[in-house]
Ligand binder design. Structure first.
Ligand code: FES
Length: 169
């Protein structure tokens, strides 16, 4: 375990990681938060991210990859600028979640875990995102949209296409 001489991360993120590994009784407990911060900065968990995170924590790259394969919120390929996650778990399924997913597939011309050619949008079918009372729900990056209909979904897509989405405000 060590702080690398050179880092692939910004000075702010590298400093955050230096501190993160001191916060837990077991260094390895910093792994998930570190990977999430890395994904936010790099866009996905690249081979370089795996290598540096393993070094910082003092575990093998295989240990990191084992965790990666378990958590669906961690990506090993770049997502679109706006990553649309459509919940199709039970509450959303009963209230049109699959209809919303199919609608997104048609509107964007991509399938599950695919990215539009311009890199603007990616699409994912996901498990419950904790908005069951307002199903069907989706998440675009860190923003939620709920009680969706195909028409409302079109409006959400249009907001992002024209730079008026929540994230762009
Ligand atoms: S089932 Fe869709 S948000 Fe919980």
């Amino acid at each position: 375990m060590s702080t690398p001489a050179t880092t692939i991360f910004s000075p702010e993120t590298a400093a955050r990681f230096d501190r993160l590994v001191t916060l837990y009784p077991v260094r390895r407990s910093a792994l998930i938060p570190m990977l999430l911060y890395a994904q936010d900065e790099v866009g996905y968990i690249s081979d370089e991210v795996v290598k540096e995170v393993a070094q910082r924590i003092g575990i093998t790259e295989l240990d990191v990859r084992n965790v990666l394969s378990y958590y669906s919120m961690l990506r090993t390929k770049p997502a679109g600028k706006y990553n649309i996650q459509v919940c199709t778990n039970i509450s959303c399924m009963l209230r049109g979640g699959y209809e919303i997913l199919e609608h997104c597939k048609q509107r964007l011309g991509i399938g599950h875990k695919e990215v539009t050619p311009d890199g603007q949008f990616s699409l994912e079918e996901v498990e419950c995102i904790g908005a069951c009372c307002w199903a069907p729900a989706i998440q675009v990056n860190y923003d939620f949209y709920d009680e969706l209909t195909p028409e409302k979904m079109d409006a959400v897509l249009e907001e992002y296409k024209t730079g008026r989405g929540k994230e762009t405000r």
